[in-house]
Ligand binder design. Structure first.
Ligand SMILES: [Zn+2]
Length: 272
């Protein structure tokens, strides 16, 4: 497919301001805290109570592609203030749904929306862990806690925004690609991850692009010295972003990341 030829590196992900990320995060903030804090303190009684509260929220929407979302906020892309978001909005306006989706967080290019938050299945998975020995296994626990942490949710917001901007600012290559896919697969449900059945997602330029945005966001939380001490492994482990668990052992992906970090002047001294 020719879409691979669209070079995605010109995107200035640094252009998304913290303010825009926090503006999108705001409607879900207190709910994330209500899960993350008791989980971290091992107060499982409170944790389960708070998850039940979320699952009983009545306010839901159904998207054009029939996804159900427990909805906390709907943001129009015109409300975002960063220049790069304004530019993207002029070309491809979208809605940003904030809440708890029945599928996964994603950028749905042909339905003009992003959904961010925590997928309901993650909440149900936490709830289904009744065996205390299991939940008190710190390794497993850490992984689950990570995906409900404020930093992770903010990283996923950055990640999905960067897919949208990549699409808007580069000739709508996602939208075109997905429309073509829909034509051939009209009997199937639209799955924005369809192309990863051929290419490994962790080796796709578009995913690397989104990951670089996550890394850039994470970089903002550290000092220069902290950054320069880190190896690439440290970065990927600490980042705990959407994809970092599975890319650590992929040599191709590592090379692509290093190249992109270098180009963005984000490469720490110890990462080569
Ligand atoms: Zn992605």
């Amino acid at each position: 497919m020719r879409f691979q030829n669209y070079i995605t590196e010109n995107i200035n992900t640094k252009g998304i301001t913290n303010n825009d990320i926090l503006y999108i995060y705001k409607p879900i903030k207190k709910y994330i805290d209500s899960i993350y804090k008791p989980f971290k303190n091992k107060d499982y009684g409170l944790l389960y109570k708070n998850i039940d509260k979320i699952l009983s929220i009545k306010k839901k929407i159904r998207t054009k592609d029939k996804q159900e979302i427990i909805i906390l906020g709907v943001i129009d892309s015109k409300e975002l203030k960063s220049n790069v978001c304004k530019k993207s909005h002029n070309i491809k306006p979208i809605k940003i749904y904030v809440g708890f989706p029945s599928r996964s967080v994603s950028y749905q290019a042909i339905f003009d929306y992003i959904v961010v938050g925590i997928p309901i299945k993650v909440l149900e998975r936490i709830k289904s862990i009744e065996n205390r020995e299991y939940i008190e296994d710190d390794n497993i626990n850490d992984k689950i806690i990570t995906v409900v942490s404020p930093m992770y949710i903010q990283q996923t917001i950055t990640h999905e925004l960067s897919h949208w901007m990549d699409d808007a600012l580069h000739n709508k290559h996602y939208t075109k690609r997905d429309k073509l896919w829909m034509k051939k697969n009209f009997d199937k449900q639209y799955d924005p991850l369809h192309m990863y059945k051929k290419t490994k997602w962790e080796e796709s330029k578009t995913e690397i692009e989104a990951l670089i945005s996550e890394i850039e966001l994470y970089r903002r939380t550290l000092t220069k010295d902290e950054w320069n001490i880190m190896t690439l492994d440290d970065l990927l482990i600490n980042l705990k972003g959407m994809n970092s668990f599975s890319i650590i052992d992929n040599t191709n992906t590592r090379k692509m990341i290093l190249k992109r970090l270098h180009r963005e002047k984000l490469l720490g001294k110890n990462m080569r």
